[in-house]
Design a binder for this molecule. Structure first.
Ligand code: CUA
Length: 321
């Protein structure tokens, strides 16, 4: 009788474990792996999944067995036997989860410490998050700025994150770790890309009406392409440089303003700020608003160059087509 119960429990647990392991293994759950840091994070993920499968199989086996064996028969109005509990089992079901959670905690601390440690001298990128756009500055490359995060492959980059207004959070799923950007506090994140390509860069902290649109791209280039990019940007005077000092006003608009403003000719549909189709302000007022912000809009003075602001004003007021 006793032995029969134990065999039944083990069989049910193995069946449940097999099913859940199959679901974990055969479904492609995780995004493509594109950074060295992801390796430790993925390992941690799968260790945690294995622990979860073990606990779930034990709980499911006991629940299913008890539900089938001890269910009330029809017309049985009697009380169950008085049971006082089982000290031995209670110690086991306290001790085992304690050990498993400790394993997860220690492994997490090791992975975090490893991932905070750049390989060699990292490239520094200053990240500024604000409602609702990202800006990346490369202080070692002459302070060039970009609204996409350009990274060289196989070299550690250390992001220095800051927020202008409220909490935001930096996340590229293919790179793994998230990191908050907090006003008044500097946080850091090390990324060592292992694959060239373009990846989604997402704000993953609810930061206001435009949160869902606070997205841009992380672009991983070969070392040579990255060097060429920084050189071109340094010569062209920032992201807007198209070679001959030509400023791409529409590009500036879509990179900085799209999350909040609708403007048909730029193809943007944000609804956080005013619709800019049929804007009735004069150039001086528009420039003032862009530079100083106000009414919920952040200031762009110092973030965009004077030439970029002028181009944007011209683009919005149509004073030059
Ligand atoms: Cu920034 Cu959500």
């Amino acid at each position: 009788m006793r032995r029969g119960a134990i065999v039944a429990l083990i069989v049910i647990a193995l069946i449940v474990a097999a099913i859940t392991t199959g679901i974990a293994y055969f479904v492609d759950w995780l995004p493509e792996q594109a950074s060295e840091e992801r390796q430790g994070i993925d390992l941690l993920f799968w260790v945690t999944v294995a622990i979860c499968i073990f606990v779930f199989a034990v709980v499911a086996a006991v629940s299913i067995y008890a539900g089938v064996t001890f269910r009330v028969r029809p017309d049985d109005e009697s009380d169950g036997p008085p049971i006082h509990g089982h000290t031995g089992i209670e110690i086991v079901w306290t001790a085992v989860p304690t050990i498993l959670v400790t394993v997860i905690a220690v492994l997490s601390a090791v992975v975090l410490a490893q991932n905070d440690d750049p390989k060699g001298t990292p490239l520094r990128v200053d990240v500024l998050a604000q409602q609702y756009a990202w800006q990346f500055t490369y202080p070692e490359q002459g302070g060039i700025k970009a609204t996409n995060l350009y990274l060289p492959i196989d070299r550690s980059t250390k992001l220095i994150l800051n927020a202008r207004d409220v909490l935001h959070s930096f996340w590229v799923p293919e790179f793994g770790q998230k990191q908050d950007a907090v006003p008044g506090i500097v946080t850091t994140l090390v990324i060592t890309p292992t694959k060239t390509g373009e990846y989604r860069l997402i704000c993953t902290e609810l930061c206001g009406l435009g949160h869902a649109l606070m997205r841009t791209r992380a672009i991983v280039l070969s070392q040579a392409d990255f060097a060429a990019w920084t050189q071109k940007q340094a010569q062209g005077g920032g992201q807007a440089g198209g070679g001959g000092g030509e400023v791409d006003a529409k590009g500036i608009f879509t990179a900085n303003c799209a999350a909040c403003h609708t403007l048909t000719k730029a193809g943007t549909s944000g609804t956080v700020g005013p619709n800019l189709d049929g804007l009735s302000l004069g150039p001086a007022d528009v420039e003032e608003q862009i530079r100083k912000g106000g009414g919920g809009m952040p200031p762009f003075e110092g973030q965009l160059s004077d030439a970029e602001i002028k181009a944007l004003v011209q683009y919005l007021t149509g004073s030059n087509g």
